[in-house]
Design a protein around this ligand. Sequence first.
Ligand code: SF4
Length: 351
Amino acid sequence: MNTNITRRISKAIKIGGVTVGGGAPVVVQSMTKTDTRNTKATVRQIKQLEDIGCEIIRVAVPDAEAATALVDIKKGIKIPLVADIHFDFRLALAALEAGVDGLRLNPGNIGEPDKVRKVALAAKKRGVPIRIGVNAGSLLKTSDKKLTVADHMVAAALAQVKLLESLDFDLIKVSLKAFDVPTTVAAYQSIADKIPYPLHIGITEAGTPRSGVIRSAVGIGTLLWLGIGDTIRVSLTASPKEEVIAAYEILKSLDPRRRGPVLVSCPTCGRAEADVVKLARDVDRRLLKIDKPIRVAVMGCVVNGPGEAKDADVGIACGKGKGVIFKHGEKVAVVEEKDFLNALMREVQSL
Ligand code: SF4
């Protein structure tokens, strides 16, 4: 079985300082959940996301006040800022004026060709890419019964691409998101051969973390396995931190890109002699801010524990009241139960 992923090579574009496409590492992005007009809260949320590896951030721009706030938001953050615009071309122009690094809009819902032309010209002048974002839920009804939803999404995106290309604009990124995984995968597979542009992938409105992370992992994971996807977002009804964490877990699972530790933890069973669930949860939380790609193991007993813990860069095999810490396969300490977490994290830090 071939375990290598052959990636679709798209045309590279730059969102601020971040390269998307052209074989660059898959970029992780998210979207703020604050009121964009509240600059302070929005910057605070973006900074929290920067800390855990978010590389591009999108904010909703529903009105002129939100567009004005973009100036200060941009000043307060390090990662590229993308403005999400619907319908009003003046908001797109104001966002560009405010210095955003990317726009997400559908030229089709901006209206008359002259308005689209103005936005495309202003974006081109600043070298700012536009993401054409087609969502299955917001497609216009079609009378063609032969078209599947995926076909319909692709046709809608291609029409928007054509419109921008006719204005001599090619700093394009495309997304085709649906809640339904097979529809999403079919749509991306279909468009991947039809355009040279980078693809932003995700499952839209995926749900709460419990189901949404799984749905996103299946959808995004399948596409990445097929070599499709230059940037990803996990859309969850939850804090955007959950989205970024889930995105990196998906990437780490396929290993097209590794950032941060991988935590191996046993499911526990009747042999467990310590509270492994709590220990694994605490370790997971403490590993969040570490970006080194290491493997950490938390195992519940001395039966299978030492084997797995030994394979990790750092690991613990818990026993009754005591645990054995391993580092690069060597036993380095025996610690009391109350010290499990701190002793393990000390070894992680020492790497
Ligand atoms: Fe059970 Fe030990 Fe395996 Fe954990 S490592 S699942 S406690 S046998």
